[in-house]
Design a protein around this ligand. Structure first.
Ligand code: CA
Ligand code: CA
Ligand code: CA
Length: 213
């Protein structure tokens, strides 16, 4: 067990895979310096808080819905009354075999306020997140075969996130699309993995002790 774990760790660490990636949004903490995967207060910001940089303001003229809170709430959306956030990745070519998407988002409360409806190139995705207020989380998607096929057919990935009458407020920091199968873990992920492996070892030792006793 331990040998297998070490081998998988080594496999993970054996260097980055050459990959192309495309990003919408600039990972500046929702424009408000809010950390990834943590709790936040938005520090008294109101629901129509707009933390976009000048570059993001320009990008918002079409496909950018990052750094506002809330992104798809009528009247608070960067596009006024819009309730569907659309993110468009273009120029993707037609030689995709695998891919994944990571989305940095905040305050999803699907079980409290209702789910949003999300599609990738028109193909419905499971997006019933209940991360809760006041949590930010980076979510990962492995693109399905149908989505890969649609990228190869159109050279684009168009993501729509429809508020669907949910009364939830939420925000996005960035979306990053990559043409590799799985994310390359960050150093913190290795640390968490090691802690996890340690806990597993501790648990199995305890089980063995119990069995002996
Ligand atoms: Ca971020
Ligand atoms: Ca919320
Ligand atoms: Ca941002």
């Amino acid at each position: 067990m331990r040998i297998i774990s070490m081998m998988s760790l080594l496999a993970l660490m054996s260097g980055p895979v050459a990959a192309a990636s495309w990003q919408i949004g600039d990972n500046d903490g929702y424009g408000a310096g809010i950390c990834d995967n943590c709790q936040h207060s938005f520090n008294g910001f109101t629901a129509n808080y707009d933390g976009r940089s000048a570059a993001e303001m320009v990008a918002t003229d079409g496909t950018q819905y990052t750094d506002t809170y809330s992104t798809a709430q009528p009247g608070f959306s960067p596009h006024g009354s819009e309730t569907v956030a659309t993110f468009s990745f273009t120029g993707l070519g037609n030689s995709w075999a695998v891919g994944h998407l990571e989305i940095d988002m905040a305050d999803f409360q699907a079980s409290t306020f209702g789910s949003v409806i999300t599609t990738f190139n028109g193909i419905t995705q499971n997006f019933a997140y209940n991360d809760g207020f006041p949590n930010t989380l980076i979510h990962f998607y492995t693109l399905t075969g149908s989505v890969i096929d649609s990228i190869n057919a159109t050279g684009e990935l168009v993501i729509t996130i429809d508020r669907n009458n949910s009364t939830d407020f939420y925000g996005f920091d960035y979306l990053k699309l990559s043409d590799i199968a799985a994310p390359v873990p960050e150093p913190e992920t290795y640390a968490m993995l090691l802690v996890g492996l340690g806990l597993l070892g501790f648990a199995s030792r305890r089980r063995m002790q119990k069995t002996v006793a």
